[in-house]
Design a protein around this ligand. Structure first.
Ligand code: R5P
Length: 316
């Protein structure tokens, strides 16, 4: 069965890097909009009998990128694709995995239903916010992790005075995973955070020894930067050294995130290229490419081989 890699419009640079690492050309595809702003998709080459991979992070604008993914999948299915795999390096709506108040939807479930019903045979995600949402999908979910790549990038900035910091309870296990991956073995501290709104959080306390230590804050994603800002403020108040490294799988940097983070004593931010970076950054952002990771996963899936060391089960 022939392999075909098709890119949605969300992240052409990552799609090109993945295609290069995989050694295949990107499948020709027309993506545009009708005059009334509806998405328009047309595959320009045959998909019949092929093993089709559609690369599309559902980053902002999430609705548009999600729907485009569904349309490409539908086009491939109607064109006779033998198997369709969605490669979604960043899965939007994953944070809405439960109702935080009455009369709210569970948006992650709605996304899973749409993807599962859309003719997609399986989905590949990277460091998804809530691994438990795998259970929302009726199709197989392969959860890749970029943590080893990020740990390798941060390793050069680690010394005996560093402390790993989870900026909220949800990131505690992630911080422990970094602690196991890095040398020397580092202590872990946790910032206790309460979310007030989509762009505001409050820190109640910091547990762990952070005084006179240089924090390495690890999280799955940076969106508005509110979590990192609150964590940095709390760490400095607790006596940390103003020499801070931030590591996250997904750097969305929406709203005024960059301006917000620029004011803080952050020496570097290390993220993957799972989503496109805003054009003007003016911050020391180091990007670790996941193109080869995605290419490796696609090659193994195409050959029906184990994903083994590329996946992470059930732990954020
Ligand atoms: C929350 O649980 C996540 O792990 C991140 O901490 C959060 O989504 C980051 O968002 P923001 O940058 O807007 O605080």
């Amino acid at each position: 069965m022939d392999l075909q890699l098709i890119a949605g419009s969300a992240h052409p640079v990552l799609a090109a890097a993945t295609a290069t690492a995989l050694g295949v050309p990107l499948g020709a595809c027309e993506l545009g909009r009708f005059p009334d702003d509806e998405s328009r998709v047309r595959l320009c080459e045959s998909a019949r009998g092929r093993d089709v991979y559609i690369l599309q992070p559902t980053c902002p604008p999430a609705d548009r990128h999600l729907f485009e993914l569904l349309l490409i999948a539908d086009a491939a299915r109607r064109a006779g694709a033998a198997r369709i795999t969605a490669i979604v390096p960043y899965l939007g709506y994953a944070r809405q995995d439960r109702r935080s108040a009455g009369r709210e939807p569970v948006a992650a479930r709605v996304v899973a239903n749409a993807v599962s019903a859309g003719g997609i045979d399986r989905i590949v995600v990277v460091d998804v916010h809530a691994p438990a949402i795998e259970g929302f999908f009726s199709i197989p979910v392969e959860s890749l992790t970029a943590m080893p790549l990020l740990a390798e990038a941060v390793q050069t900035h680690v010394d005996a005075n560093s402390v790993l910091v989870a900026p909220d309870l949800g990131a505690a296990k992630l911080a422990e995973r970094y602690a196991r991956a890095l040398r020397p073995s580092l202590p872990v501290a946790i910032v206790h955070k309460t979310r007030i709104s989509g762009s505001e959080v409050r820190v109640t306390r910091v547990t762990g020894d952070v005084e006179h230590r240089a924090p390495i804050i690890v999280d799955d994603m940076i969106t508005t930067g509110a979590t990192i800002e609150a964590a940095v403020d709390a760490l400095l108040a607790a006596g940390s050294v103003p020499r801070i490294t931030v590591v996250a799988s997904h750097g969305l940097f929406v709203d005024n995130a960059l301006a917000r983070l620029r004011q803080l004593p952050i020496q570097r931010i290390i993220v993957t290229d799972s989503v496109p970076l805003p054009e003007t950054v003016a911050l020391a952002i180091q990007r670790v490419t996941i193109g080869p990771l995605l290419a490796n996963a696609i090659a193994r899936l195409h050959a029906d081989e184990s994903l083994g060391d590329l996946v992470q089960h059930g732990v954020r």
